[in-house]
Design a protein around this ligand. Structure first.
Ligand SMILES: O=C[C@H](O)[C@H](O)[C@H](O)COP(=O)(O)O
Length: 301
């Protein structure tokens, strides 16, 4: 295949990065990598380890998730080298990941061309002890779930703050729910009836229509819909699959940011430089460190 085209200049010029660009992101192949604040370093560790263990030369169709951890996934894929990436196609879960793929000079594809993917790697807002997760902090949960289901292997990458036993322990904002605009009021009513409180015990807002920042009115998803954030009592969060089924049945709900029984593994970067890997079979592995350079880059060269 011919050399990959570079990113169109108009994108770089007019579209600022969706996520803050850190020094570490600008130099994916530099050795040693720049020192990052603890949480950013943990995200990078998780992403690097997940790519090293799950994206090999045989993987050609790759789903790219959304959020602030995924840029490090793209960095590590790029660091595998041009030979490894020359015949791969990357399918985005959001405007943000589409932009990451283009700016990295990787080949962009769509799920209607590639309804089966080899691997998708994505972030999460919180992960429980059975690898169920809350997603949608960036309002991308619909496309993310499509690409999670389309992939033979779906992998989560996150920092240590997301590593929980029960969902809702650290992510207090509630379950992100994408709804068609016409039905948001009736869905809010249905969610309240189902047990989502309007005010949380600490006095902060509970069930809410997510509002835009620097924009009057609600957040609009990449699909033109609204997002409701619905916190539920801990007893209900202990059964995420049951809660997912119940919310999904509400008329007007497009997708629910609960991902149940989907992940093959979750990679958590830790403050001490280690990575904990929890797999669907219940096994737990800890890597004490992650190399700066991917081994695959040497194989592919
Ligand atoms: O809608 C956004 C996605 O579900 C993200 O993957 C999720 O919010 C995690 O993002 P981050 O890695 O920035 O915490």
């Amino acid at each position: 295949m011919a050399a990959l085209p570079g990113p169109p200049s108009f994108l770089a010029k007019f579209i600022p990065p969706s996520q803050p660009t850190t020094p570490g992101r600008q130099l994916p192949t530099s050795i040693p990598l720049p020192v990052l604040p603890a949480v950013e370093a943990a995200k990078r560790l998780a992403a690097f380890a997940a790519v090293d263990q799950n994206i090999g030369l045989e993987h050609k169709i790759i789903g790219v998730g959304s959020g602030s951890t995924v840029p490090y996934v793209v960095d590590r894929i790029v660091a595998q080298g041009p030979a490894a990436n020359s015949d791969r196609v990357f399918v985005p879960t959001s405007f943000q990941s589409k932009e990451l793929i283009i700016k990295a000079g990787l080949v962009l594809g769509d799920v209607d061309q590639y309804p089966r993917l080899d691997v998708t790697i994505d972030g999460a807002d919180e992960v429980d002890d059975e690898l169920n997760s809350i997603k949608g902090g960036g309002a991308c949960q619909l496309r993310e779930k499509v690409l999670a289901e389309a992939a033979d292997t779906w992998i989560i990458v996150a920092d240590y703050r997301k590593n929980s036993k029960v969902l809702g322990t650290t992510w207090k904002k509630g379950i992100p729910i994408e709804v068609v605009p016409f039905a948001y009021a009736t869905v809010l009513r249905d969610l309240a009836k189902a047990g989502a409180p309007e005010i949380l015990p600490d006095g902060t807002p509970g069930l809410t229509l997510r509002m835009g920042k620097m924009k009057a009115g609600p957040v609009i998803t990449d699909n033109g819909n609204f997002v409701i954030d619905a916190p539920f009592p801990v007893e209900m969060m202990k059964d995420p699959a049951g809660l997912l089924r119940r919310i999904k049945m509400m008329t007007g709900v497009v997708e629910v940011g609960l991902f149940c029984d989907m992940a093959k593994a979750a990679y958590f970067g830790n403050e001490d430089g280690s990575v904990q890997i929890r797999r669907v079979d219940g096994s737990v592995e800890t890597l004490s460190s992650v190399p700066d350079t991917p081994v695959l880059a040497q194989q592919a060269a």
